[in-house]
Each structure stands twice: as structure tokens, then as C-alpha cells.
Design a protein around this ligand. Structure first.
Ligand code: GLN
Ligand code: ZN
Length: 768
């Protein structure tokens, strides 16, 4: 029985990689320094895994920005627009690489970055490979062999990780018409052969092929591509050993296909899909090894050794010791690095800490599970088992976790809690009477610039340099200024600006019971950007109102309508580490009830327009379409629970800032928000067609300008877009607003852009 790891976090325990990359981009350090930091992190990671006793330690799991981009560079899939960057004197491979990731604006060159998108259903984002019709591949970057050699010098024969050829192609995008990306396989496979030859010559024994697309719905052609690919690689490399890894879902109807591929080991995710074990055990060919993905790579909870040992035992009976490996469910890049860095008992209490395991702890768990499944585990090992039992038992019974009032409230939700009191048509009338807003009403999405100054107040408060009262005064003044100038430029529905918020999830998590935080629990989101998700460990409740003070204060400063601003239950769930001892839907419902109470408190405080942001609804969609309905049912219900406590004349808004609505428009409509604001400017309003075709009945604010760029749009561009909008959606349904919140923008461009936006709305009204 062996242990393997599929990938280790590469940001460094203190986010060293982020820091050095950002300082390189700012021109403050040289490229050698970046390479040195990278090397140090790799060595540390290998050492940690070796010390833990992992048998098969991965290499090429390290990346300076993104592992998919690493593959594009390795295969020479470099879009033509970077040619000049390559040729430029003095540029290193690293500069080309970062140019592809982030764009290149230097010495008269201006090349845009490659597109980025989410890695399956995680919060990690990868750089999308770009393919053209006559796409050629050739070995360009030798990072994979360099890193194998580097580890070998340290005495570690690693298992190089490659994204499998089929998944690599399917991750990409066809940049012109007239071909299918999967047809590029014949051009791509020779490069894989070249790389495998080099790795074999260097002494590699095992190769890891990540093929997460084996978890998705595959066309007949894609299935055939899998068969051909592995048949060919097997034939060419009879001596190399292949482990095929699948994660994030069950193999489902691809189980037949996956188990039929000629590989030496198959890895399956038994955290997300424990139910697939029996089937895979039955189908596995006679000599194939099964790698059991038992330790959760996507979450921070300690493994339940007893439960894992039961699974190992079962597999052992069927396959024997030799044909079983123990592994994390997926790569550990989705876990924070090391729980030992959490040493502030006030941030993370010892009681909660004993329930957690980060990457470094997880590799130890994997090794321990192996020791525990031998016939005579030593005393020390048995002690660890007892300790694990104790910790998990303490979590099950902890009074910190269980709140019967919350559980009873969830159990007693009735249909009327999930429904607004009247239909949208009736609500619309009452809202019109009360709110008296013009057609093409103008508003913003919530946040105003979080300037360095605003952030410095929060830092000072945290350090104790200023008191809470001083901090509040700063925020009050900033809010007042924002309200004043929104009045000056004549916006119709104002916002308070969200200056008091560090982050749209953390701000609420900090005030809700059942949430805790880490000091250093960073996870890579994309490139150098890391996030520190809150941990939902227990039943969620709201001890006090969370936003009423600032919203009510802002409303008191103006006669115009002030919009209250909340983050929705699905988004709070989606951007946190969620407890695994009850269904996610249950946790989401608890959050929904807390938000509902906040909505009602806002209404009681005189706030008659309330926005509940749900930008993450779509990213929670399961990987397989067959599972969508079940998810959408509870997600939509959670939103409705949070929104339905108010009177008819209170207007509920929601906001979503991604673009694809085609396949979920029915669910968007079922949310029944009175107004939805969405991102549309970059698609030139084309995204509105889905709403038009559906005859979406409620009101819509299609974003009229892109907030991701500092560029100031002018009135005419926006009237142009609004005219396109009115061609498909009736005037009586349209709002005017930017694409998203303005927190990343500067005040100067924000003011100029919004003045133009208000002028555009006025022009539209004049044409009615
Ligand atoms: N209200 C939030 C803001 O304006 C919404 C952010 C988001 O959609 N991600 O910042
Ligand atoms: Zn947004």
C-alpha cells in the first residue's frame, strides 16, 4: 500500500510567492529573486511531504501563476499577439509567461492578457488556453523536466503531474470558427510523447495525468478521444507507470470509460462521491491500483480516521494491500498551508482548531491512515487514532456548534415564508406609489472606492492605533460625503458606499454566530491573488442587526431613497469553508434566515429598497447537469426566504456579476426579486436577449459601463447601450446602473462616469 499526494499549495506558508511576484511586477525586484523564492517553496513542499512519509510526491504541481498556463507554455500554445513580447530584448521566459497571464504594457507594446475562468466548481481561476484552427504545438518550456531534476538532486524521485491531453484541450477555447478543439489531439500528443521520453530518461517512474473532465458529461467523440489517447501513450511508453486522477465528482456514467483506460492506477474522489466506491471496485481491471481520495482537499476539516479505515478495509478485502493507495480527494492547492500558523487563540479558539487540518496536516493524515491500516500499527500510531476519535467526537457534541433554536426554526419554515405577500404586478404598483421613481431610474451596485485611506482606518483600528469611536467617525464622514455628492449629481436611488466593509462575505461572517476566521488561512484564487475564506463551523444565527446602523444613518442624511445592502445566503455559503456534518442546503437555509431578519430590521428602520447580492449563485452549480435542479431548488429557496419577510411596497433588488444566464433564467425568475442588476456592458447588451426571450417580467438594470477598467465612458456610449436595451426590454422595466460595485475604482473616474451615466438616463427619459 502506498500513499500519494496530488498537489501541494504553492503560494508559500507566508504567501512568499505572492509578495515576490507583485514586487517583480512593480519593478522592485529582479526575476532571479522570483525564481529563487519559487525554488525555496518547492523544496520546502517536497521536504514536508517527505517528512510526512508520502511515497509518491508530486512535482510540476508548483506554478508561478497558474498550472494550466504552465501547460500552454510547455506546449508552445502561445497566442500570436505575444510574438513581440518573446522577441523583445532582455525578456525572460518568465516575462512572456506573466504577459500571457496579465497582459503586457511596456516600451510601447500593449498586449492584452489571456482570458481567465473558474476551475470547475472551485474558487480557483485558470488561464484559458487559446486555440486557432491551424494550432501547432511544440515543446517550449521545460519546467516539468527541470523540476523533476531539481527534486531528484534532493534525493526525491517525484511523480510529475500533467494535465491529461483530453482535459487540457477541453479546458481551452476555440478562437476561430471551423474546427473543434478536441481535433487538435493529433497535433498535441507528439509533445506529450516528447515530454514523457525526457522524464523517463531522467528516471521518472510514475506520471500523474489529471483528467477532471472524466467527471463531466462527455460527447461520444470526447470519450473516443480518451480511448485513443491512453491507448497510444500506453503503447509508446510500456515501462512508464500512469496514474489517472479524477476529482470533484463521481465518475458516474463515465465509470466504464475510466476503468477501461490502460493505466496502472486510477484515482477517485471519495470525499465528494463516497457512493462510487462499490461500483468502481467491481469494475476495476485485474491489475489496476485504486487510489482512494479520502482526505478532503477542498475543505479544512480533520479526517474521520474511523470512517476512512472502514473504506480502506473494504477496498483491501476486494483488491489486497498492493492495489490500494491512500490520497487526498484532489490537489491540496484548495487548502490553506499550515494550521500551525494559527496561533492567536482569540481569532481561532483551541476548541475549533482541534477540528481542523490544513495542507501540512492533511499529508500527515494520509501517512497516518496508511500506518493505521497495517496489521500492527505501533503504539504511537494508535494513540493518534484515539486522538482523532476524540477530536471528531468533541466536534459532534460541542455546544458551540448546536443551536436548537436555529434547528427548530429551519424545521418550521412554511410555504408563506418562501413567498412574497403578493404577485410582482401588485407589488410593482404599490412600490411605484410609494417610491415614485422615474423611468430609467439610476442607481449604483453598492460600494464606492475603498481608498488606501479607508483601508488604513481599518488597519489602524485593528492595531489599536485608533479607537472604535474614531473609526466610526471616519466612516460616518466618508459616508456623508458619498451621500452628498450622489445627491449633487442627481442619482435616484442612493447607497451608503460600504466603507465599513472589508469584504462582502467576511463583514457578515464576523457578525454571525457559527462563523470563525483564520489569520493565515490563505488559498490561491488566481495568480498572486489569495483569499481567506471564513469557516462556517456551527448553526448560524444573527445575535444583532448587522447593517442597520450605517444604512439608517445614511438614510437620515437625505430625502432620496437609500438602498440597504446585504450579501445573499448562497454567496456567503459559496465563498466560505462550509461544515461537512450536514447538507450544504441546511447551512444555506440557516444563513437565509439570518439575512431575512436583517432585511426585516432594515425595513423597520425605514429602508424601503434593499439589495441582496447573489453573485455566486451560478458558480455553485454542480458539475453534472443532472444535479442542477436539486441545487437550484434549494439555492433559489434560500434567496426567497431571505427576501420574503417584507411588505409589498418594499423593493427587493438582487445583483449578479457574471454573464451567462441562458441555462438558469427560469431560476433567476423564480428568485422573484423586484429588480435585478447584472453585468452586460462588455457583451454590448447581448446578454439581455435571454431575459427578453424569456419575457422576464420583473425589472432589470443592465450594467451600462464596465467597472473593471479605469476608463471613463461618455454619455453617448451609454445611451447607445440603453437604446439597445430598450429594443428588447420595455422602458417600464429598465434601470440604469454600472456593471458592478465601484470599490476598486478611484473617486475621480467614478464621479466622472456616474455624471455621464445620469445624463444618459435623462436623455432616455426625454425620448419617451
Ligand atoms: N454590493 C457589492 C459591491 O458593490 C456587490 C459586489 C459584487 O457583486 N461582487 O461591492
Ligand atoms: Zn457585481
Amino acid at each position: 500500500m502506498l500513499t500519494q499526494n496530488l498537489g501541494y499549495p504553492r503560494i508559500g506558508g507566508q504567501r512568499e510567492l505572492k509578495k515576490v511576484c507583485e514586487s517583480y511586477w512593480a519593478g522592485k525586484t529582479g526575476h532571479k529573486n522570483v525564481l529563487t523564492v519559487g525554488k525555496t517553496i518547492r523544496h520546502e513542499n517536497w521536504q514536508i511531504q517527505k517528512d510526512a512519509g508520502i511515497d509518491l510526491i508530486p512535482s510540476n504541481d508548483f506554478s508561478y501563476y497558474d498550472h494550466v498556463l504552465d501547460h500552454s507554455l510547455m506546449f508552445g500554445a502561445i497566442p500570436k499577439r505575444y510574438n513581440e513580447v518573446i522577441l523583445k530584448q532582455g525578456n525572460e521566459e518568465l516575462d512572456l509567461y506573466f504577459a500571457m497571464a496579465r497582459g503586457y504594457q511596456k516600451d510601447g507594446l500593449d498586449v492584452v492578457a489571456m482570458e481567465m475562468t473558474k476551475w470547475f466548481d472551485t474558487n480557483y481561476h485558470y488561464i484559458v488556453p487559446e486555440f486557432c484552427k491551424d494550432q501547432q504545438f511544440k515543446l517550449f518550456s521545460t519546467k516539468i523536466t527541470n523540476e523533476f531534476y531539481e527534486a531528484k538532486q534532493l534525493g526525491i524521485i517525484t511523480k510529475p503531474v500533467l494535465i491529461g491531453p483530453v482535459s487540457y484541450l477541453l479546458l481551452g477555447k476555440e478562437k476561430e470558427a471551423g474546427f473543434e478543439k478536441i481535433d487538435l489531439l493529433k497535433n498535441l500528443l507528439p509533445v506529450y510523447s516528447e515530454i514523457l521520453t525526457k522524464l523517463q530518461d531522467l528516471g521518472a517512474e510514475w506520471i500523474q495525468f489529471d483528467e477532471p473532465f472524466l467527471l463531466l458529461d462527455l460527447s461520444e467523440k470526447e470519450q473516443q478521444a480518451y480511448r485513443n489517447t491512453y491507448k497510444q501513450l500506453r503503447k509508446e511508453f510500456p515501462r512508464l507507470k500512469f496514474v489517472l486522477t479524477t476529482y470533484f465528482e463521481k465518475l458516474g456514467n463515465n465509470a466504464d470509460l475510466a476503468t477501461s483506460l490502460p493505466v496502472d492506477a486510477l484515482h477517485i474522489d471519495l470525499v465528494r462521491a463516497p457512493q462510487q466506491l462499490d461500483e468502481v471496485l467491481d469494475m476495476l481491471p485485474a491489475k489496476t491500483i485504486l487510489s482512494l481520495g479520502l482526505v478532503d482537499g477542498r475543505n479544512i476539516w480533520k479526517n474521520d480516521f474511523e470512517a476512512s479505515l472502514t473504506i480502506i478495509q473494504k477496498a483491501k478485502e476486494k483488491l489486497g494491500d498492493e492495489r490500494i493507495w491512500i490520497a487526498p480527494s484532489c490537489s491540496l492547492i484548495h487548502s490553506p498551508c499550515d494550521l500551525k500558523s494559527e496561533n492567536n487563540n482569540r481569532v481561532l479558539t483551541p476548541e475549533i482548531k482541534q477540528w481542523l487540518a490544513f495542507a501540512k496536516q492533511k499529508v500527515n493524515e494520509i501517512a497516518l491512515l496508511k500506518s493505521l491500516s497495517t496489521d500492527n500499527p505501533g503504539v504511537g500510531t494508535q494513540y493518534k487514532l484515539a486522538e482523532n476519535k476524540h477530536d471528531n467526537a468533541s466536534r459532534k457534541t460541542s455546544t458551540l456548534i448546536h443551536n436548537n433554536i436555529v434547528k427548530e426554526r429551519v424545521a418550521s419554515i412554511v410555504e408563506s415564508d418562501v413567498q412574497r405577500k403578493s404577485t410582482f404586478q401588485l407589488r410593482k404598483q404599490k412600490q411605484q406609489e410609494l417610491l415614485n421613481l422615474p423611468l430609467f431610474a439610476t442607481t449604483t451596485i453598492g460600494s464606492f472606492p475603498q481608498t488606501a485611506e479607508v483601508r488604513s482606518w481599518r488597519a489602524q483600528l485593528k492595531k489599536g492605533v485608533i479607537t472604535q469611536a474614531q473609526y466610526d467617525l471616519h466612516i460616518a464622514e466618508e459616508t456623508e460625503k458619498a451621500v452628498k455628492w450622489q445627491e449633487d449629481i442627481n442619482l435616484d436611488v442612493l447607497v451608503h458606499g460600504e466603507f465599513e466593509r472589508n469584504d462582502m462575505v467576511e463583514y457578515f461572517g464576523e457578525q454571525l454566530q457559527g462563523f470563525t476566521f483564520t489569520q493565515n488561512g490563505w488559498v490561491q484564487s488566481y495568480g498572486s491573488r489569495c483569499v481567506k475564506p471564513p469557516i462556517i463551523y456551527g448553526d448560524v444565527s444573527r445575535p444583532n442587526a448587522m447593517t442597520v446602523k450605517w444604512s439608517a444613518y445614511a438614510q437620515s442624511l437625505t430625502d432620496k431613497w437609500m438602498k440597504g445592502m446585504l450579501t445573499g445566503p448562497v454567496t456567503i455559503l459559496q465563498w466560505s469553508f462550509v461544515r461537512n456534518d450536514q447538507p450544504r442546503s441546511e447551512t444555506c437555509t440557516q444563513i437565509a434566515l439570518a439575512i431575512r431578519d436583517e432585511v426585516c430590521d432594515l425595513e423597520n428602520a425605514g429602508i424601503k429598497i434593499i439589495q441582496i447580492d447573489e453573485p455566486a449563485i451560478r458558480e455553485g452549480l454542480p458539475l453534472r447537469k443532472a444535479d442542477w435542479t436539486a441545487y437550484l431548488d434549494w439555492a433559489v429557496k434560500a434567496f426567497r426566504i431571505s427576501a420574503s419577510g417584507v411588505q409589498d411596497d418594499t423593493q427587493i433588488h438582487t445583483h449578479m456579476c457574471y454573464s451567462e444566464f441562458n441555462d438558469i433564467i427560469q431560476s433567476i425568475a423564480d428568485m422573484d426579486a423586484d429588480v435585478i442588476t447584472i453585468e452586460t456592458s462588455r457583451s454590448q447588451m447581448e446578454l439581455l436577449d435571454v431575459f427578453a426571450d424569456f419575457k422576464y417580467p420583473n425589472e432589470i438594470g443592465p450594467g451600462v459601463y464596465d467597472i473593471h477598467s479605469p476608463r471613463v465612458p461618455n454619455k453617448d456610449e451609454m445611451t447607445y447601450l440603453l437604446k439597445k436595451a430598450r429594443a428588447v426590454i420595455p422602458d417600464t422595466q429598465l434601470w440604469v446602473n454600472p456593471d458592478c460595485g465601484l470599490k476598486t475604482r478611484g473617486w475621480d473616474e467614478t464621479k466622472k462616469a456616474l455624471i455621464e451615466m445620469v445624463a444618459a438616463a435623462k436623455e432616455m427619459r426625454a425620448t419617451i
